[in-house]
Write a protein that binds this ligand. Structure first.
Ligand code: CTP
Ligand code: MG
Length: 632
């Protein structure tokens, strides 16, 4: 297998790459990677050739690394305590203050009896002191796990929280320096968001407000890192350096309140060797078991064991599912105390670097994240994305679609191509994942010149729908590496017959949208066109006019807005499921197919000129007709 793998890794004109079907994430392969890393000419997929030096330059910590380190550090200094209600805050503070120094407290709940306070302490030692002062119920049928997930029993309720300190509990009145109880939300109220969106004065403001209200907040981020901490602590008895690293939308800046938690589990790392740059400097080496020849089977067994630990021992972890035959074996579970759906993979370092790349793209321009959020929200509303796996476009692919469009904006792109970011990389930016994928790109975003593109969010969103409504998906694929690229046209020549081809930015021989079938692509195209038409009409109106038109419509139409009494206008028309339904009825696949994909978008008013009906379900065409008439 090693020979085959080495061959594959060296294939494709020397491109060091990752072979999907191989057990690529198994550590037994690492010596091979070290050899490859040190020997071969390492060709950036963007084209420039470089050699991985014998002595790797010291990694420059990136702003992303610093962000992750800060959050991991907060989690190491935090405990999660189930309480009776937010009112328990002073009493809990007072009790904990006997043993430890409290920095911050956050409250959340998802039902009357599921109320929690995250307590951030001054140090990891403080956490240890609290855990030393905690105990188990004396019943014999409990698994006696020690973890920072606790509950605060009512005073006099027995000895589960037993003080090893002789000090008496301070009175609540004496609770000096009581930090204010911060609150966050772990579930979204669509109605509240839409009310706020409705009261905005412009479309672009609506996009901003949607983003601000639905993005992951401080609490959402803290509970994710605490959930990761629970798993890594459970494994640290055998693997003291075990890390459960969040990746995906929890950390890449595109996470929505309630998004899942993707975790990459690293049982141990060779970082000490790598950072040192001299593998021979260590004299004492741990005795270890070799991973047997069939590494993939072994990894599946390991993942199975992780699933068992979650299922058998860890409090709050329920609904454990092992999907071990997948390309990347995965264990899914639900953490009931943080209400998070978690996906655990093993040593998924390339995906971790992918999250960093997306985070960097999102940090380069303030318009990127609001746009991605809006497109993801829209795709959910028109049912292009689905919570269940299948041939549907995923949020990750949609994000790449938006980033690619922003690279292609004319005359000035909003984002640089990945090739540009690679060419600007400093020696300290060099990164190679466990499985040998080159993840080198610029980390210091202050070195990227701000974009000269000054388009509004409104115009950019319209541009996005227009761009893909007329994109030649039959012949072309999308590449973030290329961006707007050379003169060979938009996108890249599609390397295979997949209906939708979106190149994985870090593993360029992979198509991240391989799952999307022809039917789903067609639906995507139809919805893009439909959205572009709707927005074209909106752009023809001033924001005041748009509000007025929609006010008239809602006042005498059966079409109710998404939130009670809130005026549905602008962005809400794109996002409202009821409007999506109207669009479904209005635009059949057949109609859409008649439209030339490559030509200019047909004006919706031309299509619906004679379609005014006294039918509230045809609200868009009625509105447009009315508006047209009013203008004339
Ligand atoms: N990923 C990847 N290649 C893929 C799919 C996913 O590298 N073909 C990585 C990306 O970093 C992605 C992460 O795995 O962000 C998690 O995937 P997923 O949970 O599907 O997407 P999210 O971005 O987390 O979005 P969501 O909010 O829908 O979970
Ligand atoms: Mg995710």
């Amino acid at each position: 297998m090693s020979v085959f793998r080495a061959f594959c890794l060296r294939s494709r004109n020397g491109i060091l790459t990752h072979i999907q079907s191989q057990p690529s994430r198994i550590k037994v392969l690492q010596p091979l990677f070290y050899k490859l890393r040190n020997d071969v000419h390492f060709k950036h997929l963007a084209g420039s050739t470089s050699t991985i030096p014998q002595k790797a330059p010291k990694k420059t910590p990136s702003p992303y690394d610093s962000m992750i380190r800060k959050k991991r550090d907060e989690a190491e200094r935090s405990i999660l305590v189930q309480v009776q209600s937010a009112m328990s805050h002073p009493e809990l503070y007072s009790y904990i203050s006997q043993f430890a120094s409290v920095e911050q407290m956050y409250h959340y709940s998802f039902s009357d009896d599921m109320q929690f306070i995250v307590v951030e302490l001054s140090s990891a030692e403080d956490v240890e002191r609290i855990l030393d002062a905690s105990g188990h119920l004396s019943q014999g049928d409990l698994i006696p796990v020690r973890s920072p997930l606790l509950w605060f029993r009512a005073k006099g309720g027995g000895n589960s929280l037993k003080s090893k300190s002789k000090k008496k509990s301070k009175n609540i009145e004496n609770a000096e320096n009581l930090p204010p109880l911060k609150c966050g939300c772990i579930t979204l109220s669509e109605g509240d968001i839409m009310k706020s969106v409705s009261s905005c004065s412009s479309f672009s403001e609506q996009v901003q407000v949607l983003y601000k209200l639905s993005c992951l907040d401080e609490l959402g981020s803290r509970i994710r890192f605490l959930t990761a901490r629970q798993l890594e602590l459970a494994l640290q008895g055998i693997f003291p350096n075990a890390k459960a690293i969040p990746f995906g939308s929890s950390v890449n800046g595109f996470g929505r309140v309630g998004c899942d938690l993707d975790l990459s589990l690293h049982l141990d790392s060779c970082e000490s060797e790598e950072e040192d740059g001299n593998p021979t400097s260590l004299r004492l080496i741990f005795q270890t078991k070799m991973i047997p020849f069939n590494g993939r089977a072994q990894m599946q067994r390991q993942m199975e064991a992780v699933g068992d630990i979650l299922q058998l021992f860890l409090p709050g972890c329920t609904h454990v599912r092992r999907i071990l035959q997948a390309r990347v074996p995965i264990v899914k579970y639900h953490q009931d105390f943080t209400s998070l759906e978690c996906d655990v993979t093993m040593s998924n370092q390339t995906a971790v670097f992918m999250s960093e790349l997306l985070w960097i793209m999102g940090s380069l321009d303030a318009r990127v994240r609001p746009l991605v959020f809006t497109v993801r929200h829209w795709a959910k509303a028109v049912r292009l994305t689905s919570a269940t796996p299948g041939p549907f476009i995923t949020n990750f692919t949609l994000t790449l679609l938006v980033l690619h469009y922003l690279q292609c904006c004319k005359p000035h792109p909003v984002l640089p191509s990945l090739t540009t970011l690679i060419s600007m990389a400093a020696p300290g930016d060099r990164r190679v994942s466990d499985d040998g994928v080159n993840c080198t790109f610029l980390r210091d975003i202050s070195r990227v010149k701000p974009s000269e593109n000054t388009e509004s969010l409104h115009a950019l969103l319209f541009g996005f729908f227009q761009f893909y409504a007329s994109f030649n998906f039959e012949g072309r694929g999308l590449s973030l590496a290329k961006g707007h690229g050379d003169n060979s046209g938009v996108g890249i020549v599609k390397p295979d017959a997949s209906p939708l081809y979106v190149e994985n930015p870090l593993e360029r021989m992979l198509n991240v949208s391989k799952n999307v079938n022809g039917q789903e692509l067609e639906r995507l195209r139809i919805e893009m066109r439909s959205a572009a038409w709707l927005m074209e009409e909106m752009l023809a109106l001033s924001d005041d006019e748009a509000q007025e038109v929609h006010s008239t419509r809602t006042s005498h139409s059966a079409l109710k807005s998404a939130s009670d009494g809130a005026l549905s206008w602008g962005l809400m028309d794109l996002l409202s499921p009821s409007n999506a339904k109207v669009k479904d009825n209005r635009l059949s696949v057949g109609t859409a197919m008649k439209i030339n994909a490559k030509g200019r978008l047909v004006r919706v008013t031309d299509l619906f000129e004679d379609t005014e009906r006294d039918d509230s379900r045809a609200s868009h065409s009625v509105t447009r007709g009315a508006h047209k008439g009013r203008k004339r």
